[in-house]
Design a protein. Structure first.
Length: 219
């Protein structure tokens, strides 16, 4: 069921029971290509729709969005992209901690992490940081670090709770780092943000030599 609430005076926040419904509805809104539509931002089970107040009203937008949901949500499976992202699990900081927390071996952690297909459910924290869900159940429940690191290198692949993600820039962070990708996943100056909500991600294991060879390349 769709729930619509004002988000300030120039946006509407839609909430859904499932992430898949939010993804499909966000795609339907983007297809409107209306002149009043400024942006559509999905995050898990919610979608924020920003509009131009000089061209429409919040009442009109709310009614249009409600009608759109009642008309049925589109199939977006052919519109999402699958990205294969190389990850060097030798460039880890917390793999032993994750293994201990889950009762798995380090090799089992890597195997489960690389054999799962993830969905980009949200982007935030720092430019282009993808929140990827969901981890296979044996990897779920690992808490964040007791204290965040002051610097986590760009490309670091971490996990916590039910999610995994990639630090696209060097930042402080408290996720468990189990590997690192050599690829550049964001360039603010060029407007380069290859990962979008709804996209799918699979990690492929590489060694340190391959990491050095690919370092700095774009996805």
């Amino acid at each position: 069921m769709l729930s619509l609430q004002p988000l300030g005076d120039q946006a509407v926040l839609a909430s859904f029971a499932a992430e898949s419904d939010a993804l499909r509805w966000a795609a339907a809104v983007r297809r409107l290509a209306a002149s009043w539509l400024i942006d559509v931002v999905q995050a898990y089970r919610s979608v924020a729709v920003y509009f131009d107040l000089e061209q429409t009203t919040i009442a009109a937008v709310t009614q249009m969005l409600d009608d759109l949901a009642r008309a049925g949500l589109p199939d977006v499976s052919t519109e999402t992209r699958l990205h294969e992202i190389p990850c060097c699990y030798e460039s880890q900081l917390d793999l032993p901690r994750v293994a201990e927390a889950t009762g798995l071996t380090e090799e089992e952690v890597v195997r489960l992490h690389t054999t799962t297909e993830y969905t980009v459910y949200a982007i935030g924290f720092c430019p282009g940081f993808p929140y990827l869900g969901y981890l296979p159940s044996p990897l779920c429940g690992v808490p964040r670090l007791p204290a965040p690191r002051l610097r986590v290198e760009a490309g670091s692949v971490g996990l916590t709770g039910r999610q995994t993600g990639i630090y696209t820039e060097a930042r402080p962070g408290g996720w468990n780092i189990i590997g690192r990708t050599p690829l550049g996943l964001v360039c603010v100056g060029d407007g380069y943000f290859p990962l979008r909500t709804g996209d799918r991600v699979r990690f492929t294991r590489i060694d340190e030599a391959t990491f050095r060879r690919l370092q700095g390349q774009r996805l």
